[in-house]
Design a protein around this ligand. Structure first.
Ligand code: NAD
Length: 488
């Protein structure tokens, strides 16, 4: 049954522990891709708002109201925060779905629980991380400790608004930093709601600030600010490069980048479970409407099993037709907005020129005013084609046929991206060879999109630098200090 209730919506900024309008008073419409309705007005933050947020965040660092608390105390507060997120699960799931169009079944089963788990995990971790003592000569003591980085800017995309924010917020807050979070302009509502819950949980005012707004204004102001110590970004490779430039043009702030991907997903002829592989390939590209940095968007099929996989894949795709995201049965929801829908449709037009359309390829009217595209598969794709090289970020699969593992690896690695890769084979030697040779930060063997907060996530090549998740994430949000003590 389609959900008809709507939670309360707040589009204000959150600075110094209070909801507030933008300094300029400007707002923009927050439009739902489910049906095109205006959900609320959102504060259009800009340089003045970022300045204000950085000032209060710096004060919080300077007086130590959060960073000087014992890790065990920050842990208790963050556990309360996770508890509050869990208590507001239904509200947050609905906000996420209304704001960016993903199916409510996924917001409920994936986005909110993963967010809760992420905060719990880093809360639990922070009082178990020790410093080091260096093996120096006996008349000196050298300790190696981690200190919070300081004021951190966090800039995130719209495809997993809660999870992408949590992957950075949780380790950054646990480590004692103060935060300026800028959600994507397409999906600001859950970030804004999180800030209020953080205050309620006991995270002191000024430590967690949210400045909604556009990339060219609020995002750029964060990148160029002279008093932000680090900026941690998830989004496109093009904007990731801008953040490197902003850093160089300002105060050489630390930069962490999680950028785009164009995953090569290989199924070899000796794969023993083609049903599982084909199902994984379907979810790999159609889950979250294909709006996934790890979308298995280049399916690389060994010639002998190509037809069998395509038949199974087409059958799975047929069960994933777009539906109303507010219907708990829906598996493929709405694209994030009309602009992105048109961008994806332009790639489909290009695909029709470059390759052979197998299924899909059309926009559909699931709900009037909404943004919906059929699951689409192109085959007879050459890896040099644009649909094989560029990140489409939609439910559009490019199928490339190869002969054997060596060609498959060569094709998979022939990309500017290196975020994820996948390979299916029943031969352990082949699997080992492929997983070693694939140039990607995450490699799936006989599975796809496996995920756990304990494992690092990030990319080789132009997919970024640094890692989210796992204890490795603390590297980004801390400075490493060596202290020498001469002993008498
Ligand atoms: P985007 O790069 O357009 O925007 C991301 C964020 O950057 C938004 O908050 C946006 O407002 C801001 N921004 C945009 N232009 C800016 C500018 N000129 N200066 C400063 N900030 C600016 O990306 P998107 O369309 O929101 O998200 C899709 C992209 O995110 C895809 O490329 C996808 O692969 C990537 N992504 C990567 C990961 C990962 O972990 N590697 C995860 C999710 C999404």
């Amino acid at each position: 049954m389609i959900i008809t209730t709507s939670p309360e919506m707040n589009g204000q900024a959150f600075i110094a522990g209070a909801y507030t309008a933008a300094v300029s008073g400007k707002t923009f419409d927050c439009i739902s891709p489910v049906d095109g309705r205006v959900l609320t007005q959102v504060a259009a933050c800009d340089v003045a708002d970022v300045d204000l947020a950085v000032r209060v965040a710096r004060e919080a660092m300077d007086d130590g109201r959060w960073c000087n608390l014992a890790p065990a105390v920050r842990k208790r507060t963050l556990l309360r925060f996770a508890e509050l997120i869990e208590q507001h699960a239904e509200e947050l799931a609905l906000l996420e779905t209304l704001d960016m169009g993903k199916p409510i079944r996924d917001s409920r089963a994936v986005d909110v629980p993963a967010t809760v788990n992420c905060f719990r995990w880093y809360a639990e971790a922070i009082d178990k991380v020790y410093g080091e003592v260096a093996p120096t000569a006996s008349n000196v003591l050298a300790t190696i400790t981690r200190e919070p980085l300081g004021v951190c800017g966090i800039v995130v995309p719209w495809n997993f608004p809660l999870i992408m924010a949590a992957w950075k917020l949780a380790p950054a807050l646990a480590a004692g930093n103060s935060i300026i979070l800028k959600p994507a302009e397409q999906s600001p509502l859950t970030a804004i709601r999180l800030a209020g819950l953080a205050l309620e949980a006991g995270i002191p005012a000024g430590v967690f600030n949210v400045v909604p707004g556009f990339g060219e204004t609020a995002g750029r102001a964060i990148g160029l600010h002279m008093d932000i110590d680090g900026v941690f970004f998830t989004g496109s490779t093009a904007v990731g490069k801008l953040f490197m430039q902003y850093s160089g043009q300002s105060n050489l702030k630390k930069v962490g980048l999680e950028c785009g991907g164009k995953t090569g997903h290989i199924i070899l002829a000796d794969c023993g479970d083609l049903d599982a592989a084909a199902e994984a390939a379907a979810y790999g590209i159609f889950f979250n409407q294909g709006e996934m940095c790890t979308a298995g968007s280049r399916l690389i099929l060994d010639a002998p099993i190509k037809d069998a996989v395509l038949e199974k894949l087409t059958a799975f795709a047929a069960t994933m037709q777009p539906g109303n995201p507010l219907d708990p049965e829906t598996r493929l929801g709405a694209m994030v907005n009309h602009e992105h829908t048109q961008r994806v449709m332009e790639y489909i037009r290009l695909g029709n020129e470059e390759a052979e359309l197998l299924i899909g390829g059309k926009q559909c009217e699931v709900v009037g005013g909404g943004c919906y595209i059929e699951p689409t598969i192109f085959h007879q794709v050459d890896n040099r084609m644009r649909i094989a090289q560029e990140e489409i970020f939609g439910p559009v699969l490019a199928v490339i046929t190869v002969n054997g593992v060596d060609e498959a690896i060569r094709v998979a690695n022939d990309s500017i991206y290196g975020l994820a890769a996948g390979v299916w084979s029943d031969n352990v030697n082949t699997l080992f060879k492929a997983t070693r040779a694939l140039k990607a930060g995450v490699v799936y063997a006989n599975c796809y999109d496996a995920d756990d907060i304990t494992t690092p996530f990030g990319g080789y090549k132009q997919s970024g630098m640094g890692r989210d998740k796992s204890l490795h994430a603390f590297d980004k949000y801390t400075e490493l200090k060596t202290t020498w003590l001469r002993l008498r």
